[in-house]
Ligand binder design. Sequence first.
Ligand SMILES: *Cc1c(COP(=O)(O)O)cnc(C)c1O
Length: 409
Amino acid sequence: MSLKHTDPQAYALLERECRFRAESFDLVPSDNHPSPSVLEAERMYPLFYSENDGRNFYYPGCVTVKEVEELAKARALALFPGAEHVNVKPTDGTRGNEAVYRALLRNGDTILSLGLADGGHLSHGLKWNYSGQDYKIVSYEVTSDGRLDYDQIRELALREKPKMIIAGGSSCPFQFDFATFGAIAKESGALLHADISHFVGLVITGHHPSPFPFADSMMTTVQKTLKGQKGAIAFCRASEARNLDRSVFPGVMAHATGAQLLAKAVAFAEAAQPSFKTYIDRVVENIQALASEFLACGFKLVAGGTKTHLLILDLRGMSMNGKEGEAKLEAAGLLANKQLVPKDPNPPTITSGIRFGSPAVTARGLGPDDMRAIARWVKRLLLDGEDPARVREEVKALALRHPVPGLGS
Ligand SMILES: *Cc1c(COP(=O)(O)O)cnc(C)c1O
């Protein structure tokens, strides 16, 4: 019996969601569409408890899961030359960061990280997150034109003497110069933690500098530009391996399922293929096409453009805020999220910007011409005040020609 017959109510929600996704474009830069192989690995591997610390298994029947985890570890390490130790268990990035902090820091230690309003992540010190409660947070900011100021970061590091500096963020059209971060960390006596969750695919394919050998620890999510299922992996130096592994299990987690581990292993193998390099090349080409067409349409971009897979429209001085813009785009089937811009006068629930990314639409096979078409739809919606219903039909027609991988059409 299929779900359609056993639970029509649940099935109807599933079907509606799939149809909505098939008829829309996901331009949220943290979203992506994993390959059918990744989806199959996660769906088909049986569910059973296999809690372990790498040496001791606490349940019987762990026949292949140990090999699954070893495979995921070997493949993860192979993606990042210079990395020494990896833990592939974390179920999400927020957890992965927590495990790293608990392995390397003590409560009350100071962390220097990118401010949340400037593109940092909530696990880098939001006051309602464990990170903001367990550690003293000092923030570096981006300049008013949306760039990192390494002199300011160095000055802050020398003055505040943080135990850890975090390089990385979620809404950054600029790149992180890990060599410079490494030098600042060394000079100020801090550890360097790299959080490459968003731009990991660019690191693997050489479009963004690698954190190694400069970072003492690194964390990345698997579901974003790495194109896997929901999950994360955390790295540290060989000397801290035991510490990190204990911090993950039993420190912040109990069980990581074999299904999650197998799906990670499959995604890591795919990321090592030439086809993944081709995919990320296209992600970069596509965001550049979107950026130039936005500029040609008369939009302003934070930092003037982008060196990553995402860009931020700066709506200051226009008749519409980020929240209103997001709603208009959504009504037309274009999903892009409201986003604070540097020194934003609006609160995070309103904002003055909208963030766009190319990973998910590139996974559906869109190219630069399609990206320019998207920019012109956005112009008609946000600048010309056109009715979203008309644009919706055009979006739907293009979307249906590009099925979501693993979803059919
Ligand atoms: C997405 C992200 C995370 C957390 O990922 P979740 O899996 O959503 O917990 C952590 N750090 C950065 C920089 C991110 O962009």
